[in-house]
Design a binder for this molecule. Structure first.
Ligand code: HEC
Ligand code: HEC
Ligand code: HEC
Ligand code: HEC
Ligand code: HEC
Ligand code: HEC
Length: 259
């Protein structure tokens, strides 16, 4: 009974979505493409290939919080407006790609295209990557969708240890105690409940990535949102549509684990 209700809701939701998206079904990104961002505010105009940024490699090494709070990247592709001069001065990509933490980013002095430039300015080019997705992720626990990796598990078992601090950029702070895990009861009867884990989210996101911009969150239940809004890329959908496991993985949220 419950299962069939869930399925009906699922179909309704998908139909609504298909209509909302002009009826065209988009190709699902391949595992290595999931979380990829292409940046081209300035590159092609300046005669360079657009920049390709992959979340899978960077999130294996650093927390979301470090980049999106301390370094200050926006959580919407293209909206930070990173320019070559920013990188050269040590902001944005240049916070790490400075020739010390990692290979150097842009130079605004007129320079011949070097292989190093092409490592980032790589869209549409045949650039050999130093990190091969398959080799890099071979030993990581499998997930069903997105990158095909269970990132949660990878972190828990210590296969990856994302760094949360960058000297000269981050400040030392006391860790706040995460709130207890809580249920988010869906508004529709028969819908499996959602367990939201503050503990697990804080590992990657700290507190500031969600509060106050995504969830005002001073009191549970204050922020009202629906699955449709999540699908539109709001609330949980800010991350769970492009970088964290995607929304087609219904059961990963709509489940109450047995204790
Ligand atoms: C090494 C830095 C770095 C790390 C680590 C990182 N991000 Fe990002 N993220 C970026 C950059 C750069 C962009 C693109 C920003 C822009 O174009 O203005 C981005 C964009 C995004 C977007 C928007 C994507 C889109 O298609 O619009 C989301 C959502 C996001 N990140 C979530 C996350 C989450 C969740 C994590 C942790 C699992 C994470 N990021 C880890 C640098 C990072
Ligand atoms: C928090 C630090 C950090 C930030 C910020 C960062 N990166 Fe990286 N990036 C790294 C590290 C570490 C590596 C691994 C390379 C290495 O070992 O030197 C890397 C690797 C890469 C690679 C190489 C992939 C390959 O397989 O050859 C590309 C491309 C790249 N980053 C692009 C970017 C772009 C574009 C930005 C900004 C939008 C950015 N990164 C921001 C730390 C960072
Ligand atoms: C670590 C990644 C990275 C590397 C390496 C890199 N760039 Fe960039 N570069 C960027 C990003 C990100 C942008 C902004 C992309 C956009 O929106 O067009 C950019 C933009 C530019 C632009 C556009 C003009 C402007 O003012 O923003 C030029 C020109 C440029 N880079 C030159 C270079 C040169 C020359 C090299 C090699 C010496 C280089 N870049 C290497 C990341 C990189
Ligand atoms: C991934 C996003 C996310 C992160 C990260 C996060 N929170 Fe929350 N927080 C939520 C959501 C969702 C709610 C419930 C909001 C609602 O229902 O209005 C919430 C609610 C709260 C509440 C109200 C709880 C209640 O019982 O009324 C507090 C307090 C809170 N968060 C503190 C924190 C602190 C402290 C951290 C860091 C340790 C943190 N949050 C990290 C998403 C997040
Ligand atoms: C700021 C980004 C962000 C937001 C907003 C966010 N998440 Fe997550 N969530 C993550 C990341 C990162 C992970 C780690 C797993 C991954 O990347 O696939 C995760 C993992 C999870 C997990 C698996 C871990 C566990 O508890 O078993 C669940 C379930 C989940 N999120 C539900 C939610 C729900 C429900 C909301 C909205 C109330 C939400 N998330 C909002 C980033 C986010
Ligand atoms: C990232 C976590 C997450 C994933 C994945 C997810 N949901 Fe939800 N869903 C939620 C949250 C949170 C709510 C509760 C909103 C509320 O009522 O407060 C919700 C509510 C709902 C509702 C109740 C009606 C409404 O609009 O609020 C339905 C139906 C639903 N989801 C269906 C689905 C289906 C079908 C899938 C898979 C295609 C799915 N959800 C995947 C988090 C998720």
């Amino acid at each position: 009974m419950k299962k069939s209700l869930f399925f009906t809701l699922f179909l309704l939701l998908l139909t609504g979505l298909a209509l909302a998206q002009t009826g065209l079904k988009k190709r699902r990104p391949l595992p290595h493409e999931y979380g990829r961002v292409e940046l081209n505010n300035f590159s092609e105009k300046a005669g360079r290939a657009p920049v390709v940024f992959d979340h899978w490699l960077h999130r294996a090494k650093f927390t979301c919080r470090l980049c999106h709070v301390d370094i200050g990247f926006a959580m919407q592709a293209g909206s930070t407006g990173i320019a070559a001069a920013d990188n050269e001065r040590g902001y944005y990509c240049g916070a790490c790609h400075n020739g010390r933490t990692s290979f150097a980013a842009c130079s605004t002095k007129d320079q011949p295209a070097t292989g190093t430039c092409d490592r980032c300015h790589s869209a549409g080019k045949k650039v050999t990557r130093h990190y091969d997705f398959r080799a890099f992720t071979e030993k990581l626990p499998r997930g069903r969708f997105g990158n095909g990796i269970d990132w949660e598990q990878a972190e828990a078992e210590g296969s990856i240890t994302p760094v949360d601090f960058l000297a000269g950029v981050s400040i030392k702070r006391e860790a706040l105690t995460p709130q207890k895990d809580f249920d988010l009861t869906a508004k529709v009867a028969g819908m499996p409940e959602i367990i939201f884990s503050h503990q697990k989210h804080t590992v990657w996101n700290g507190c500031e990535l969600c509060h106050p911009e995504i969830f005002l969150g001073v009191k549970k239940g204050k922020t009202q949102y629906s699955m449709t809004e999540i699908y539109e890329g709001k609330y949980c959908g800010v991350c769970h549509s492009s970088v964290a496991f995607p929304l087609i993985d219904c059961q990963r949220c709509h489940i109450k684990p047995v204790r």
